[in-house]
Structure formats: C-alpha cells, structure tokens
Ligand binder design. Structure first.
Ligand code: PEP
Length: 252
C-alpha cells in the first residue's frame, strides 16, 4: 500500500543552528503523533545534513537531500555524490526540482542519469516535474508532464519503482502563493497514475506515492490531500516553520 508523505524542502534556507532548531521542534511534535501510514521528511541544505541527522536520530523524522551529482566521484568541484549521502545514513534524495531545471540546467537526460546513480546506490528518489504557466495556458500540461516522466523514468524496470516517489509541482504554483485547485491536482495525479499503469501495470501505479507541490499551506492542505490520487505534499515555504509543517502533517 502506498504511503502518505509530507516532505519539507528547505532549499537554501537556514544556517546550522536554525536547521537543528527547526528539526528539534519537528521531532518534538512528531513524537506525539500517530503517524501510521504517513512519512515525515525534511531536507536541509547539504552542509547541515549531518547535524540534522543527529537531531532526527531515533525519531520518525526522515532526513533527505535536495539534490546530488550523477557521477560516482571525481573532479566535479562543489558537487555531492550519492555515496556521500548514503554514508550519512540518508535513504532519500529529491531530484528534478524545477529550480534545478531552471537555474542549473538540469535536463531530462541529466536527470535520467541522476536517477540511475541514486537507485544504484540504494537511494529512494523523490522525482519532481511539472509544467510552466505557458504550457498550462496552451493546454500542453499533460504532454509536458508525460514527457518529463517518460524521459527520466520510463527506462527503469518495474521493480525499481518501489524506490520512486513522484512529485507533481506545477511551476506556476511554486513559491507564488497560487495553488493548483484540488480538482486540478487530482486530474493531473490521475493522469500520471494512468500513464504509469499503461507503461508498467496497476500494481506499480497503485503503489507509487504521488505528491503535490506548489504553495501548499495549512489552509489548503486538507482539501488537496483528501483527493484520491494525492498522496501528500512536497512543501517549500510552509516547511520552514515547525508549526505550519506539523499542521500539514496533521492534515491527513
Ligand atoms: C517547492 O519548492 O517544492 C515548493 C512546493 O515550494 P512552495 O511550497 O513554497 O510553493
């Protein structure tokens, strides 16, 4: 059975003291929750991962990374490998965030390599994708999303999908305060589950968690998360405060 997930993307925010403080607050709140089928994930920036891992140790809060390089090791100044993440005890990495695509030139082909490197190292991938506003206005959002998923993930064998989480993040809704309506989210998530069914089978499609991301906040989360094919959220702004992040976890 697929899991519900609330994952906080801290992006390039919070120094080490602020990161450990936020993690401590989340750990304290999560302790009293009956999480059952829900996973809670936080993703500090690389330099703060070790300290946050220490804070989260023994709790239900999982720590993940926001990105990684596709190469095993070598002359890639400033980059981080999959093995470096697993050596810290991490189990999950976000790949394909729209900010990585837009500002750092990450193409579908690069992302396919990153996905392969992550999976080869035993990491689970939260794979992000989503259309820009022009695509939605032109009615191309389904074909854009289909090609993003196809190009980076459809070379994988069916059994690799147990380590894939999908995150539909319409770019026009990220950090803008504009959210896809619950109906728009459900429509896209159902479409995604259908293309995964068509490519693989109902079991793979039924087991994959599909998160929605884009200005989710405590005021709109309940309705979005209640949709049949929405299995949680990838959260930016509202993940930077324990109170709002925990409110999102409680929205299930
Ligand atoms: C994100 O960056 O993944 C995101 C969804 O951000 P926000 O919640 O701030 O829109």
């Amino acid at each position: 059975m697929r899991k519900q997930i609330v994952a906080g993307n801290w992006k390039m925010n919070k120094n080490v003291q602020e990161s450990t403080q936020l993690a401590s607050e989340i750990v304290a709140e999560v302790k009293d929750l009956n999480l059952d089928n829900t996973r809670v994930i936080v993703t500090p920036t690389f330099v703060n991962i070790s300290e946050v891992v220490k804070v989260a140790k023994g709790s239900a809060v999982e720590v993940a990374a926001q990105n990684m390089h596709q190469a095993k090791s070598g002359a890639f100044t400033g980059e981080i490998s999959a093995e470096m993440l697993t050596s810290l005890g991490l189990k999950t990495v976000i790949l394909g965030h729209s900010e990585r695509r837009e500002y750092f030139g990450e193409t579908d082909a690069i992302l396919a390599e990153k996905v392969d490197a992550a999976l080869a190292n035993g990491l689970e991938v939260i794979f992000c994708f989503g259309e820009v506003l022009e695509d939605r206005k032109a009615g191309n959002h389904f074909s854009v999303v289909e090609s993003q998923i196809k190009n980076a993930l459809f070379h994988l064998p069916a059994d690799a999908w147990k380590n894939i989480v999908l995150a539909y993040e319409p770019v026009w809704a990220i950090g803008t305060g504009e959210t896809a309506s619950p109906e728009q989210a459900q429509e896209m998530h159902a479409f995604i589950r259908k293309i995964v069914t068509d490519k693989y089978n109902t079991e793979v499609a039924g087991d994959v968690s599909i998160l929605y991301g884009g200005s989710v906040n405590p005021g709109n989360a309940k309705e979005i998360f209640s949709k049949e094919d929405v299995d949680g959220g990838l959260i930016g702004g509202a993940a930077l405060k324990a109170e709002s992040f925990i409110a999102l976890v409680n929205s299930f």
